[in-house]
Ligand binder design. Structure first.
Ligand code: ATP
Ligand code: MG
Length: 336
C-alpha cells in the first residue's frame, strides 16, 4: 500500500459483450497487466455500456462474471488494484447524466463508433448508444484518472472526454483531471482475420474474424490458417497487404520480434510456414491466461467477494468526485 496515494491513477474498462478477442488482449488487457505494478489501477467490466446492444439478461449476467474472472486471471490483484463491475458503482450513471448536459449533440454525432454501431444495429439506434462516450467520460473523470490504456479505436472517445472535462472545468473551476490516453505501439489495432481493413471485434457476427482468448488451441490454429492474406506469398509489411500486416503485428506482439526480424525469419518461405508460426505464438501467449481462468471461473464465491470489494473501493473514490461536481452544478447538499 505504500505510495498508493502518490501513484498515478489508471482507469480502463471492457464491455461484457462477448469473450475478449486477441485484439482486446493485445490492445488493452496486456497493458492493463503491465501497468498494474506501477500505477494505482482501476479496471471495470463495463456492463452499463453493453446494454446499448440489448443482450439477453441471462447472457449479460454470465458474461459479466466471465469477464470479471478473466481480469483476475490476467494476474491482476483485486486487493492491490480496484477491479470492479460498473453497474455496482452507481456514481457512473449519476455523473453521466450531469455530463450529458455538458455535451453538445453535434460533437457526440461525430463519433465514428456511433456511426459504425448504428449501421450494425439499424433496428436499435438508441439514445444510450449515442450517449455512450459521455458515460465513458464519466467512468474516467470520476477517478481523477491520469492515464487510460485503450486500443486506437477508443482515441476519439478519450478526446471527447477531455473536451467535456475542459468545458466543465472552464465553467465551474477545476473539478476533473484531464486524462491522457495510453496506447501501446504494436497491438493497438488488431484487425479482423477475415476483413483485415476492419478492427477485430468481439461482437462480430463472423466468428472466423476474431480469436477469442478462450478459444482452444485447434480453433486458434484453424482461424489463423484461414486468415485472409494476398496472392503474393511473400512475408513483408507493406501497402495493400492488410492481412499479412495484421498477422505480422500479432506475431510481433506475441514474440517481441520486430518487423525486420520477422521479414528475415520468413524470407523465402510461404504463408503456410508463417501462419503456423503465428498460430503457435498466439497459442503460447494465451495459455497461462486460459489455465488461470479455468481455475477461477468455478469459484463463484471468491469472484463475488472480489467484486464486492472492488465496488466498495471504486465507490469510495467516485463519490468524492461526484459530490464535488454536484455541488458545483448547484444541487443542494445536506449532510446525512
Ligand atoms: P464491442 O464490439 O462490443 O465494442 P470490442 O472488441 O470493441 O467489443 P470493447 O469492450 O469495446 O471491445 O473494448 C475493450 C478494449 O479493447 C478497449 O480499450 C478497446 O480500445 C480495445 N480494443 C477493442 N478492439 C480492439 C482491436 N481490434 N485492437 C486493439 N484493441 C482493441
Ligand atoms: Mg468496442
Amino acid at each position: 500500500m505504500e505510495n498508493q496515494e502518490k501513484k498515478k491513477i489508471v482507469l480502463s474498462a471492457i464491455q461484457p459483450t462477448g469473450t475478449p478477442t486477441l485484439g482486446n488482449y493485445l490492445g488493452a488487457l496486456k497493458n492493463w497487466k503491465t501497468m498494474a505494478n506501477d500505477y494505482n489501477c482501476l479496471y471495470a467490466v463495463a456492463d452499463l455500456h453493453s446494454i446499448t446492444v440489448r443482450p439477453e439478461p441471462a447472457d449479460l449476467r454470465r458474461r459479466t462474471l466471465e469477464m470479471y474472472a478473466l481480469l483476475i486471471a490476467l494476474g491482476l490483484d483485486p486487493e492491490k488494484n480496484t477491479i470492479f463491475i460498473q453497474s455496482m458503482v452507481p456514481e457512473h450513471a449519476q455523473l453521466a447524466w450531469i455530463l450529458d448536459c455538458y455535451t453538445q449533440f453535434g460533437e457526440a454525432s461525430r463519433m465514428t463508433q456511433f456511426k459504425d454501431k448504428s449501421e450494425k444495429h439499424p433496428d436499435n439506434v438508441n439514445v444510450g448508444l449515442f450517449a455512450y462516450p459521455v458515460l465513458m467520460a464519466a467512468d474516467i473523470l470520476l477517478y481523477q484518472t491520469d492515464f487510460v490504456p485503450i486500443g486506437a479505436d477508443q482515441k476519439q472517445h478519450l478526446e471527447i472526454t477531455r473536451n467535456i472535462a475542459e468545458r466543465f472545468n472552464g465553467l465551474y473551476g477545476n473539478t476533473f483531471k484531464l486524462p491522457e490516453p495510453f496506447i501501446g505501439k504494436v497491438g493497438a489495432r488488431v484487425m479482423s482475420l477475415q476483413e483485415p481493413t476492419k478492427k477485430m471485434s468481439k461482437s462480430d457476427t463472423n466468428v472466423k474474424g476474431f480469436i477469442s482468448v478462450l478459444d482452444d488451441d485447434n480453433a486458434i490454429m484453424k482461424k489463423i490458417k484461414s486468415a485472409v492474406t494476398d496472392s503474393e506469398a511473400k512475408v513483408y509489411y507493406g501497402e495493400g497487404k492488410d492481412g499479412v500486416n495484421n498477422l505480422m503485428g500479432i506475431y510481433s506482439c506475441c514474440t517481441g520480434k520486430t518487423f525486420d526480424e520477422i521479414e528475415k525469419e520468413f524470407d523465402g518461405k510461404g504463408y503456410g510456414d508463417f501462419k503456423t508460426a503465428v498460430g503457435e505464438a498466439v497459442i503460447e501467449e494465451l495459455r497461462p491466461l486460459k489455465e488461470e481462468y479455468a481455475r477461477l471461473i468455478n469459484d463463484k464465491a471468491y469472484l463475488y467477494d472480489c467484486a464486492k470489494l472492488g465496488a466498495e473501493k471504486a465507490s469510495y473514490f467516485a463519490s468524492r468526485t461526484l459530490k464535488k461536481a454536484m455541488k458545483k452544478v448547484g444541487f443542494i447538499q445536506i449532510d446525512k
